[in-house]
Design a binder for this molecule. Sequence first.
Ligand SMILES: [Zn+2]
Length: 194
Amino acid sequence: MAREKQLQALAEDFMCVTGVVPEIVYAGDPVLRTKTQEVDVEEGLEIGQRLGRVLKKYRKLTGMGRGLAAPQIGESKRVFVTLNENQEVDIFINPEIIRYSDSTNFFREVCISAGIISADVERSEAIRIKWIDGSGQEQEDNFSGDLARLIQHEYDHLEGILNLDRAVPGTISLATFDPLKEKLRDQPIPPTSF
Ligand SMILES: [Zn+2]
């Protein structure tokens, strides 16, 4: 019964999001499966600011959501945003991941465009990426841990790839755990633990 109530609450939250944040598109929409196009800086900044507004609205509503990519609002362009620890929006325009570490980890990822479904995904522990930032400046930097994972997830959206596509076999499940308490792991979660 407790699980039934939990699932009902998840479904109700999801229906609420689809009503209050109508900009978001969901798995099944072809734009999420399409490799995106580069933008000029002006267009990239406009899309980045729009993404930031949608992400903040989503986060205010659900308490979750740390990143959003342009295809998730129906724009097939190479732009994504993340929320930093101060809840400010960081914009990544025409990003390119130029190095992936050989060392990897696992994490049960949820995605705003996959609703209440989660998938355990293996990704590189660290990356090096170059991009144009929210002030139009070229940047290049290394990221590791949680941020490296978030950036790889958002970058995948620009390639037309969802977390569900990268799921460790047998790990696509309803997200009945607390995503905010999820930690990076050395091993995938056994499917029976979902
Ligand atoms: Zn996503």
